[in-house]
Design a protein around this ligand. Structure first.
Ligand code: HEC
Length: 198
């Protein structure tokens, strides 16, 4: 799982993408992190990636422990309006590889898992971990309304916020509700076109 990255201060982040803040060049003031070039947002992600992974892993959940070794479906973190406006990345396990065919994916098989990690980036460059959003395809009959997907949300400290048909299931009903609009595509929305791995 790699080594933990050294702690980075907001100033380090500024330095990373602007040079010395006392000699401002470009991006000295970042109006909105979403406006940064992909490659700079990707650098922010690299700074917080290990911290995300180790926090989620405290849950003991196998997905939370391993998802970063799976195939990533997006080229750079993008802001997800529907997941708390956080910057997100999506990973798919071996059974969910069809996800990368996007609209042609069809119905994913039992055992397919898609994991979406998230973080918040403040204007001063401070990064804060966000939850891990998980969809796992369960056996037929698990839940008609969710298309047999189990939705789960794992907090950055490894606590489980809720999961379909499990602990605090009511808290993740809103996931089912919104993803249901994509019923004809197995409840999947897919990564925005601009950020897809081809
Ligand atoms: C208001 C609508 C909405 C809600 C609520 C919502 N999602 Fe999503 N979800 C989306 C959209 C749109 C995408 C694709 C774009 C993106 O990543 O932002 C997506 C993508 C995903 C993906 C990647 C698979 C895919 O569909 O492409 C996962 C995993 C996911 N959501 C999990 C969750 C979980 C877990 C919850 C609840 C805790 C949740 N979502 C709540 C709209 C929603």
């Amino acid at each position: 799982m790699g080594e933990a990255s050294p702690p980075t201060s907001p100033k380090d982040h500024l330095l990373a993408f602007s040079g010395d803040p006392n000699k401002p060049r470009r991006h000295f003031r970042v109006k909105d992190v979403a406006d940064l070039p992909d490659q700079e947002r990707e650098a922010l992600y690299r700074d917080i990636q290990n911290q995300l992974q180790s926090g989620y892993a405290i849950s003991g959940d196998p997905t939370a422990k391993h998802y970063q070794r799976w195939k990533r479906a997006n080229t750079a973190p993008y802001r997800s309006a529907t997941h708390g406006r956080r910057f997100v990345s999506n990973f798919v396990n071996a059974k969910a590889m069809a996800y990368l065919q996007y609209e042609k994916a069809g119905t994913l098989p039992v055992g397919a898992i898609i994991a979406k990690d998230s973080f918040v980036a403040a204007k001063d460059g401070t990064l804060t971990p966000g939850p891990l959003f998980v969809m796992e395809k369960m056996a037929k009959g698990f839940s008609y309304v969710s298309g047999d997907w189990r939705y789960a949300m794992i907090m950055p400290d490894g606590s489980l916020f809720g999961e379909t048909n499990g602990e605090n299931a009511g808290r993740v009903e809103f996931c089912i509700g919104c993803h249901l609009a994509q019923e004809k595509q197995d409840h999947i929305y897919f990564v925005p076109k601009k950020y897809r791995i081809q």
